[in-house]
Design a protein around this ligand. Structure first.
Ligand code: CMC
Length: 433
């Protein structure tokens, strides 16, 4: 890929106000806009300034492609709509990790391997028991996923491809188990061990909602809905949490520690915390009659419309369209067709999409606008929404980490800054301050 990219030899010329001209290569990917390669600019004493990375490609990647203007999302070239309709989550995991769709044999071997990694070290349950019961489950996730590196020492050699594979399988196998344990612990219910007779998603629902006292039969409509949520959230190129994982990984940190840092970044309401925040917002609005007043508050910049807007999508988030459809299916299945929050969401979407404030800023519903309603209808409590996102995104994080670690020209990521602080000054004695 690198070779193919560098063969183009197109040049951008940067002219400085002192007359210097600097030639910068322009490189093209397989899809998407060209990029200007500025990585040698530092050698002539110049840096670019791009806070929050509005115009910066931080790496090359073959995993996920987004066209925000056209509203397109592809995993390894496959459109998200096709994957959401025809595939299942483990197949998508295989695809993201390995670059190709598995054949029947590879698929069954992958599923088998994943199941063999679903249990956690028994001591990990004691570690989890140290948290306060009222801890937010995302706090538990950050801590316990990070702690995997204290339990699985034999998969921490980041320079060994077999260790990297093993760590990836362990992470993906164990993350749903840890998430379900966080939920059970918070509520004082006994932990449920994983059950290998179930699929990945069925097993997650089983560990969440089964009790040792009763048989548990997964509902296929709810399983399919959660499968879709997992697929839609599986990867999203260099978003805040994935970039965090890559940044941590660039220093040579172990994969469990890197993914824990990704979970921490995901937690914020501008990122993965948006699904929880969007549902809380709908509950706060409470009634269709209050939508106009709420939208006015958004326009007055008192608060943001959660589940709306995206750094990259300046058109409908393709995941939101799939999610809206899933929302109908789940509410019907659960007998919640007249769900108050869903009606409210539809009304809010309608008003916002027709309002010049949102039109001018190209703000559309994102995946989290509807995913909260689906999760709530499945019976998942609000404080677990971002945890579900973390379970789904673990495959994206570990695939991106593996891609970075297998590159031969790996370097520690080290941004520079535009310093705007005090100039040099002398240390003042205490009595002169
Ligand atoms: N509600 C109201 N106004 C908004 C919103 C919103 N949700 N999002 C952006 N704006 C306005 C913003 O006030 C600004 O207006 P102005 O130009 O007058 O100052 C303009 O749109 C551009 O906003 P920005 O903050 O520069 O845009 P950004 O690309 O930095 O932010 C975002 C992207 C996702 C953080 C933002 O749209 C947001 O806060 N949305 C709500 C949170 C949310 O739903 N996040 C989930 C994203 S999808 C899941 C994921 O991938 O994590």
């Amino acid at each position: 890929m690198e070779k193919e990219l560098s063969q183009k030899k197109r040049i951008a010329t940067l002219t400085l106000d002192d007359g210097r001209q600097i030639e910068l290569p322009i490189i093209s990917g397989t899809l998407g806009p060209d990029v200007i390669d500025i990585h040698e600019l530092g050698k002539v004493g110049l840096f670019t300034y791009d806070p929050a990375f509005f115009s910066t490609a931080s790496c090359t990647s073959e995993i996920t492609f987004i066209d925000g203007d056209a509203g397109l999302l592809y995993y390894r070239g496959y459109p998200i709509e096709q994957l959401a309709e025809k595939s299942d989550f483990l197949e998508v995991c295989y695809l993201l990790l390995n670059g190709q769709m598995p054949n029947a044999e590879q698929k069954s071997e992958f599923e088998h391997k994943m199941k063999s990694h679903s249990m956690v070290h028994d001591q990990l349950a004691r570690f989890l028991n140290g948290f306060r019961r009222d801890a937010h489950p995302m706090a538990v996730m950050v801590g316990v996923v990070g702690a995997l590196s204290a339990f699985y020492h034999d998969s921490l050699d980041i320079n060994n491809p077999e260790h990297r594979d093993l760590a990836a399988m362990r992470l993906l196998g164990k993350v749903p188990t840890i998430a379900a344990m966080a939920y059970k612990y918070h509520n004082g219910y006994p932990f449920m061990y994983p059950a290998n007779k179930f699929s990945y998603v069925e097993n997650f629902l089983y560990m969440m909602f089964a009790t040792p006292a009763e048989d548990y039969v997964p509902n296929p409509v709810l399983v399919r809905a959660l499968e879709r949520i997992f697929i839609l959230h599986a990867d999203h190129e260099q978003n805040a949490s994935t970039s965090t994982v890559r940044l941590a990984g660039s220093s040579g940190a172990n994969p469990f520690a890197c993914v824990a840092s990704g979970i921490a970044a995901l937690w914020g309401p501008a990122h993965g915390g948006a699904n929880e925040a969007a549902l809380n917002m709908l509950e706060e609005i409470g009634d269709v009659s209050r939508v106009a007043e709420y939208v006015q508050g958004v326009k007055d910049k008192k608060y943001r419309l959660m589940g709306f807007g995206h750094r990259v999508y300046k058109n409908m988030d393709p995941r939101a369209a799939v999610m809206r459809e899933t929302c109908h299916e789940v509410l019907k299945e659960q007998g919640l067709e007249n769900d108050k929050l869903f009606k409210l969401a539809i009304e809010l979407e309608k008003i916002a999409l027709n309002d010049p404030y949102f039109i001018e800023r190209r703000l559309y519903p994102n995946v989290d606008f509807y995913s909260g309603i689906v999760l709530r209808a499945i019976g998942i409590p609000t404080n677990m929404f971002t945890v579900i996102f973390a379970v789904a995104r673990s495959i994206g994080w570990i695939s991106q980490w593996k891609e970075m670690m297998s590159a031969t020209d790996r370097k520690i990521s080290r941004p520079r800054q535009l310093y705007v602080g005090a100039k040099r000054r002398d240390y003042p004695p205490l009595d002169e301050r």
